[in-house]
Design a protein around this ligand. Sequence first.
Ligand code: WT7
Length: 576
Amino acid sequence: MIKARVPAENPEANLGDYNKRYQSFNWKDIEEQFTWHTTGRINIAHEAVDRWAMDPERKERKALIFEKGDTVAIFTYLQLKEKSAQWANLLVRFGFETGDRLFVFLPPCPEIYFALLACARIGALFCPVYATSTFDEVSVRISDAVPRGILTHPDLVEMLPTDIQDNTEFIFLTEGPLPNLLANEILVGGIPQQMPTEFCNIWLRPRSPLYLSYTSGSTGPPKGVVHAHDDMVGILSTAREVLDLREDTVLWVDADPAWVTGIVYGVLAPWLCGATALVQGDPFEAANWYWTLEKHSVSVWYTTPRTLTRLKEAGGNLASRYDMSHLRHMATVGAPLVPDIFYWVKQHLGRSPHDTYWMTETGMICLANFPSMDIKPGAMGRPVPGVEVAILDEDGEPMPPLSLGELAIRAGWPAMMVGLWLDEDRYRAYFNEKGWFLTGDIAIMDDEGYYFHQGRNDDLIKAGGHKVIGPYEIEQILCMHPAVSEAAVISKGSEPDEGVSYLKAFITIHKGFTPSIRLNHEIKAFVKASLSSDIIVKELSFLERLPKTRSGKLLRRVLRAGELGLPAGETANMEE
Ligand code: WT7
């Protein structure tokens, strides 16, 4: 664990004194900021968009800036209210009702956000699917959630199963010409413009479903995680305290809209704060990323370690050519923010990236490095106010600081998923009998309450039968060798009698180094010098790149499966 400490970047930020805030925090105070606090009837479209659109002071503010290629489309809060009301009227015209599912299978485009709000207005479930999904991924999800309609693009229609019309009534296409591959294709085109710009929102109970997001577990089919309208309590609170959003913020979340991050923090969080959401629809390109920060005067940027790694690969010189003076806060999520990347960003972008941790299932950030708190590079930060976190042993009991165990969250925080789509058993399996939600992540908490990620549950390495270690620390040691860029470590079995555990390491190397038998031995000797004698990196392979998910998560199980000649499991979120 890294002991280094980087002083707080902005001691004046929203949260202020962490300990004080954590102790005095009460979710009721956040709930009181919403109108449903008194009525008991809720709709996130009202709180996120309509109340600003009905306010003469705020209705002309930019709610959404969408950029792709040479075009920039800007929508004020009033325009967003009207557009999404037209889309809600369209869905009702086609028979949509509360509880129906709408699949949204599109590359980034403004229609995704109109559809999201339209679903919210009528209490339908918005179900985003990656535009880069394979045929199988799409069809597994469709047959599980059985949507009434699918909103897609003509280029993607051939990815839909041909027997779809048995259950799905409408294939809505954002533009023409119709491919005429399926019986029920409907060109949306200009229909919304003919619809009324007013819509009477359906008032719902707080835990009514809002969206359904599929996440691929390491075993079994993907899980359909269902989230509710009152997630807004946790989203608003973390938007302010973790991302430091204010009304004048331009927030850029460079996550795919099919990933929860792109929906929850990409648009819902800034809209609940009355701020501006920026969506960049182009694929990653380093110069364009810096240019986006400059051109739109981005003030808060929520990104991933993967993106920062790619910026590092493009070199520090490129970063220095852009004006990022408006950028006052940056945060990351999805995978460990390794110290190497942290320091590179600090040096070349002039500010600290703040790591945050959450899951599709948690619906909101649960651990964070707050702008007003010192950062320990490599740590995911501390629990957000209102959320209780612990490290549990194998019996589900909280452990003292500096113990390796499973990261758990006290059930009942506001944005917790309401269920798994049609899978009560798998839902219940997330919780232990003492009321903890089990994340499946392995972590250590230090004596100041900072959490360090150590890998996933199924990545654990057993040393000599009794000791259990996380792969992450060994990977960090590998990365300290000058030739090693990235590393992944898996277990290759142990010798219980001798008390030793054998590991295999997979690495990628920096430009300027060449794989060789000699380098292979050298790296193994380097690691040996830093590890206890019962943990031995026996084999080492050079790879072009490590298997990762689209959001940059290392897939050790794919490497394990490859070693053992087994199927790799759900690879739905694998990087293209
Ligand atoms: C898994 C959740 C991540 C945004 C919400 C969707 C990993 C997440 C971190 C971090 C190390 C992280 C965990 C978690 N993860 N944040 N800061 N450091 N690992 O997330 O796609 O459901 O993935 O992402 O393993 O369980 P998701």
